[in-house]
Design a protein around this ligand. Structure first.
Ligand SMILES: NC(=O)c1ccc[n+]([C@@H]2O[C@H](COP(=O)([O-])OP(=O)(O)OC[C@H]3O[C@@H](n4cnc5c(N)ncnc54)[C@H](OP(=O)(O)O)[C@@H]3O)[C@@H](O)[C@H]2O)c1
Length: 377
């Protein structure tokens, strides 16, 4: 049986670990006017995965200095001109001792102890700490969330194993540890939804536009009006650097505006950008549910990014990003994300593009379309 929702973390209990309610954007010691920003020394914990490189490039583009901290396992040759401090978040932070940075971007914290250790070590040696969290911190997606919604909890807070079930609640504890060590007046917490764009190794968003380029009959879940929410990795990177420059503190969901984008829009944009039309076969939610239960798919599921309009995940795509937008987050048109994603996809080796991490194989898609049509005949 395919656990298709493994890409989205379900947490069971409501939240005693609730975050400080309504931590608002503070701009204490705010940045100078645009163009007058003083160059900053920024440490990025991580920096070489998917989202990290976009942050690195944006910070460099704005004239800042960037130091990376990682184990040297992921894309280690990506930034040969930058200083990389080699180490491990798990008890291997020695290389960070005695160094100072204007700001730290923690983009690789999944385990509360790791976030606590780095935040504790760096607290006296940095003016600002930004933690990349996730919308999976929310306790429930049966109804819409904003930053003040109840948060997921772990029954046993000593758990460190990151799984589909623990990811969100562990991130809640990571946020908490960062707050304890750094304090709210120097801390920003960003909670992205599905991060998309060039470099995405999950293929959750990419599956749809890439599949459209192949043309023919194409299976689509639910109906064209079903909403989806994403965040382009470049928009997240821009907002991250904005927060660092302007010392924007508080908690922010980083998502596209609620209701602004649907599966139908994704189909339309993918066809326009890929210059290929498909013959869409929209199947109802009960059929999707059955397909998810009866057929296994790749790691990130058969119908990535999409969620049914009722039940436990009905409001995954209804997370408010109003607070981040008021603080400066700008979402580019999703069509641009589709365009740049496809350009990037075409540069990848065949071995990579042949093994999609999300979505349906051609054979399974044909089988499901045939089944759908037979049942309707
Ligand atoms: N992708 C999404 O849709 C999504 C959505 C919401 C939130 N997020 C959040 O976004 C953040 C980053 O995502 P990403 O996709 O860029 O991550 P990623 O691809 O996993 O990159 C992780 C980076 O951290 C380093 N790293 C990993 N483990 C380490 C360790 N033990 N010690 C030191 N460095 C370590 C890696 O380098 P080495 O391997 O060389 O150490 C790499 O530079 C995460 O906090 C995630 O929760 C992602």
């Amino acid at each position: 049986m395919n656990k298709n929702r493994r890409d989205f973390i379900k947490a069971s209990a409501l939240g005693g670990a609730a975050l400080v309610a309504g931590a608002a954007a503070g701009t204490e010691d705010a940045a100078a006017a645009p163009g007058k920003q003083k160059p900053l020394d920024i440490l990025i914990l991580g920096g070489t995965g998917f989202i990290g490189p976009h942050m690195v490039r944006e910070a460099l583009r704005r004239g800042h200095s960037v130091t990376l901290f990682n184990r040297g396992r992921t894309n280690s040759g990506l930034f040969p001109d930058l200083e990389t401090i080699k180490g491990n978040r798990d008890a291997g932070l020695d290389g960070l001792k005695g160094r100072r940075w204007d700001a730290v971007v923690d983009n690789s914290g999944y385990v509360p102890r790791h976030v606590q250790d780095s935040a504790r070590l760096l607290s006296a040696n940095t003016a600002f700490y930004l933690f990349i969290s996730t919308i999976s911190t929310y306790a429930s997606f049966a109804t819409a969330n904003d930053e003040d919604s109840p948060l997921a909890m772990l029954d046993d807070e000593s758990i460190e194993e990151v799984t589909g079930e623990t990811y969100g609640a562990l991130k809640v504890l990571c946020e908490k540890r960062a707050r304890e060590e750094i304090g709210e007046d120097r801390l920003a917490i960003l909670r992205p939804t599905y991060v998309c764009g060039p470099g995405d190794h999950t293929d959750r968003f990419s599956y749809w536009p890439v599949r459209v380029t192949q043309g023919g009959e194409m299976l689509w879940p639910g109906d064209a009006s079903n909403p989806i929410q994403i965040i382009d990795a470049r928009d997240l990177a821009n907002f991250t650097v904005d927060c660092v420059e302007q010392r924007i503190t508080g908690i922010y969901n980083t998502v596209t505006p609620v209701g602004s984008y649907t599966m139908g829009h994704l189909l339309e944009d993918s066809q326009a950008v890929g210059a290929t039309m498909v013959d869409p076969v929209w199947v109802d939610e009960a059929f999707v549910e059955r397909a998810q239960q009866e057929y296994s798919g790749p790691r990130w599921g058969l119908f990535p990014i999409w969620h049914p309009s009722s039940g436990d995940n009905a409001a995954v795509s209804s997370v408010s990003g109003a607070r981040a937008r008021a603080a400066g987050l700008r979402n580019r048109p999703v069509r641009e994300t589709v365009r740049d994603l496809l350009s990037w996809w075409r540069t990848l080796p065949d071995l990579r593009t042949a093994t999609m991490q999300a979505g349906m194989s051609a054979d399974l898609e044909a089988e499901l379309i045939a089944l759908w049509k037979t049942e309707r005949a």
